[in-house]
Design a protein around this ligand. Structure first.
Ligand code: HEC
Ligand code: HEC
Length: 476
């Protein structure tokens, strides 16, 4: 009896210690059986969704039900809710909702190619990072140039891009073109910054495929990969970005340089939209001459624009999203392309299989999502940084911008799951951190540095084999 009781106590203590409450699963579905439709393949165990449409990135996983589904729906709404100046937007901003840049939880078409930069109307969906040539931030502008503003306020500036185009040929005679962007900023709100003192780099939005799985990754698996990801014969050696956020130093996973540990919800609201919150209570243009004493044109900014609960719902929404299944897996050309992907050594960085931590994730206010635990996932990424080559035309992606430990030439391997659906979901095939690649071939041919050997293996392939490899990418 005594033993039983102590066993019971130990059990409840464990429950308290590990889950803080034992009823986490009463509202979510207990899914163990997944039937995979013909021609599809799992991407993330029970989080896989079998869709081949424009909503493929933007539906919940099957296990999301009850109060989680209610919160998912709330989070989805907040994510897409267009803010106005009355509900916290601006005064200056880069996007008016998360969904304005990540439409359908994907990658809104950047206006680089269509409008030559920010353009005069509409908005660009891009983030424009600016610094002085010596790397320090401009006091009045901060880290991001906000190319939009609410009525009566001037945008901080507008981006203009011009491309230097160069044509290359594959050994079999087929041509391809690579376009190197050159950026300038026009229409500064106060013309205080000289081009000689300006450094600028651009990001197009990232797809939100597998955000929950990314947060559930086991850092020790990623660190082990960094140790083991060392293939001198191909010149490949990945490494982790370590960043300190909220006082905790850890492995950076999100962002093009793995410069964040979390899903940047608070930063997104603050830095991208100008919506203040508990982590970033100050208006982003605080120091600017057009913002005087916390008030502007009679509007006062003394209340936080988004609550912590709302931000956790947004985080929950992103982590509960389903991961699109692979499609057309029985197509002979796709199968051949998959083989070519391995032959070109793409998988040494775009790692096909990883695992999530046993217990899943815990959101910013403590909500647990155990369903994300113990998954075998196929992200096609090692989430590590790689040197992708120097600036010389045609071979490198260096942008001279440092993020945490990541140097200018280092980029996180972009997860390729869902990449084949980007055209359906977002209507374009712009790739790489700044959208300079207009299709898969250009994206691959921009790989330099540690990606050079792999790129050259692709380059040497016959046209048929290259086409098959692209077909495979389209099946992801
Ligand atoms: C102005 C456009 C814009 C807005 C608005 C915006 N984002 Fe982003 N988002 C981006 C860009 C660009 C990147 C890539 C940034 C980088 O890597 O430096 C990104 C990256 C991300 C990532 C990293 C994804 C990954 O695969 O690592 C997450 C998560 C994210 N955004 C969430 C949000 C959320 C949540 C909101 C709303 C609170 C939001 N974003 C608002 C443009 C935007
Ligand atoms: C050395 C590591 C490495 C190797 C090898 C590699 N990649 Fe990449 N890949 C990256 C990195 C890092 C990026 C992100 C670069 C950027 O955004 O500027 C990337 C980006 C991409 C993108 C663009 C994704 C997007 O959504 O923007 C595609 C497509 C891609 N790689 C395909 C391939 C293929 C196919 C191969 C093999 C021929 C390959 N990669 C080999 C590291 C690698």
């Amino acid at each position: 009896m005594i033993k039983r009781l102590s066993e019971y106590c130990l059990f409840s203590l464990l429950c308290i210690a590990t889950y803080s409450s034992c009823d986490y699963d009463t509202d979510g579905l207990d899914i163990t059986d997944i039937s995979v439709p013909d021609g599809y393949a799992l991407s993330a165990d029970i989080s896989t969704v079998f869709l081949n449409s424009s909503t493929a990135y933007d539906v919940e996983s099957n296990w999301v039900s009850g109060k989680y589904l209610t919160r998912f729906t709330t989070g989805n709404r907040l994510y897409d809710n267009a803010l106005s100046s009355a509900s916290g937007l601006g005064p200056v901003y880069a996007g008016y909702s998360c969904g304005s840049c990540h439409v359908n939880a994907g990658r809104t078409t950047p206006t680089l190619w269509t409008n030559g930069g920010s353009g005069s109307t509409g908005f660009s969906s891009m983030l424009i990072y600016i610094t002085r040539k010596n790397g320090s931030f401009f006091q009045d502008y901060g880290r991001v140039l906000h190319d939009q503003a609410i009525y009566g306020v001037k945008p901080e500036g507008k981006l203009k891009v011009e491309y230097t185009k160069q044509t290359f040929t594959f050994p079999d005679g087929e041509e391809y073109e690579l376009c190197k962007p050159n950026y300038t900023i026009t229409e500064w709100y106060a013309d205080s910054i000289k081009p000689e003192d300006l450094f600028c780099t651009v990001r197009i939005p990232l797809r939100h495929v597998g955000m929950g799985q990314m947060m559930a990754l086991d850092p020790t698996e990623i660190e082990a990969l960094a140790k083991q990801s060392n293939y001198p014969e191909y010149g490949i050696s990945g490494r982790c970005n370590y960043v300190t956020e909220k006082g905790i130093r850890g492995v950076g996973l999100s962002g093009n340089k793995a410069q964040h540990q979390d899903l940047t919800v608070e930063l997104g609201f603050s830095s991208d939209m100008g919506a203040t919150n508990s982590r970033y209570p100050e208006e982003i243009c605080e120091g600017q001459s057009q913002m005087k004493g916390g008030s502007l044109m009679g509007l006062t900014y003394d209340q936080l624009d988004v609550t912590a609960e709302e931000m956790e719902d947004v985080e929950l929404y992103m982590q509960c999203l389903g991961v699109p299944a692979r499609r057309n897996v029985n197509d002979p050309e796709v199968k051949k392309g998959e083989q070519k992907f391995y032959e070109a050594k793409c998988h040494l960085c775009h790692v096909t299989t990883l695992h999530t931590k046993p217990r899943g994730t815990s959101l910013m206010l403590g909500t647990r999502l155990p369903w994300l635990g113990g998954q075998t996932i196929h992200p096609y990424s090692d989430f590590l940084l790689h040197d992708m080559g120097s600036e010389i035309m045609g071979v490198g992606l260096n942008d001279n911008y440092v993020s945490g430990l990541a140097r200018g030439n280092e980029w996180r391997t972009t997860p390729l799951w869902g990449v084949g659906l980007q055209k359906k979901v977002n209507g374009h095939t712009y790739f790489l951190h700044d959208g300079r690649a207009r299709n898969f071939v250009e994206a691959i041919m921009w790989h330099g540095g540690e990606g050079e050997a792999s790129k050259n293996l692709f380059k040497k392939m016959s046209k048929e084999d290259r086409d098959a490899l692209i077909k495979f990418l389209e099946s992801l």
